[in-house]
Structure formats: structure tokens, C-alpha cells
Design a protein around this ligand. Sequence first.
Ligand code: ZN
Length: 208
Amino acid sequence: MLALLLAAALAPAAAPSPSTTRDTQTVVVRVYDNARVSRSEWREAEKIANEILRPVGVRLTWKACGVMVAGRDPCVDPPEPRELVVRWLGGESDTMSGILGTANVPGILASVFPERVRTIAIRNRKPTGLILGAVMAHEAVHLLLGLRGHTAQGLMRATWSDSDIRLGWIWRIGRTADERAAITAGLHDTLAAAPIELGIRTLSEIEK
Ligand SMILES: [Zn+2]
């Protein structure tokens, strides 16, 4: 399990850069909101996550699980191959203190703690949705790349400092073009590979 931590450390000096050109791959994320995140924060987080991931050619489409659309839960069907699942967990807990999000790697399920994100957002005078979007982008990369996703700086740094947030580093997926190219190649290789089959079939279904 990978955990995204917040630490009190100094941030690096820095440099953004040009985007890597690849066809954009869309990845569906099923979001189970047990933290009562507002609609406006949700929209901002989704927008920011996609702005962060645009340079590596990945777009996330979020489904609000449990929110009925035309009388139907959009997550009632089993996940399609490559769909990711993120739980937004409510409340502050002593367990995993300071952790903003976790992901099983590689896998399909991540957990994010929006109340902790809110606390950090307030402390750094940033909108909650802005930081929530970065946490979501970080965990989505882990679900697809595993440990390979970590970089020394930027969005995929294992531990974020307040300075990383104030200086805007967490909204940049790589510090250098080489880092972005490596992440892009890894993500697209993963998405092109044979998907993991999800769900449990009965014996009679398998025999058909
Ligand atoms: Zn991480």
C-alpha cells in the first residue's frame, strides 16, 4: 500500500515544462463519497486532476456512485476493465494520521481523506477542491503505475510539504520533461496491456 503523506519540509526550486504528446486515454473513476464533499469542490477537483494529467495524456472521468441518475445508480454494474475505484472517507481518524490518500499498487482501489485535505487547504489558504484534485491525480497514477509512479518532486512526490503546496509543485506531474515522458510511457503501456478481469463468476458461467 502506498500512502501519500503531508510533511513539514522545504520545497525545492523548480521548473515546469512542455507537455508530452500522446493520444489521450480516458480512465473512468468510480467515486464513493462518504465525506460529503460539496458539488463545487467535486467539480473543481475533477477539473484540476485532469489539468494535472493532461501533459501525460490521461483523462479521468469521475462517476458519482450512489447518486441516482434517472433513477439509477451509475455504479450498479460491475466495473469495466481499467475502471478505478476511489473511496472518499469521512472524519478524522487516529489511524494513518497525516495520510491524505492511499492506493493498493497496482490495483483498482484507493482511499482519500477529504477532511484532512480540507485542513491542509485551510492552513495553506488554498481551495479544498484544488488539493483534492491533486490527491486524486496522485492516487490514480499509483493505481495504474504502482511504485513506479513516484518521483523526487512534484505531484508524485511521496510526501508533500506545505511549501510544495504553496509553491504549486503538487499541480505539476513531473519536474523535468524526462520525468513526464517516463510517467507517460508507463501509463500508456499499462492502459494498452491486457486488463485485469474483475468480479467473481459462478462455475456455471465459466463452463458456458
Ligand atoms: Zn504516492
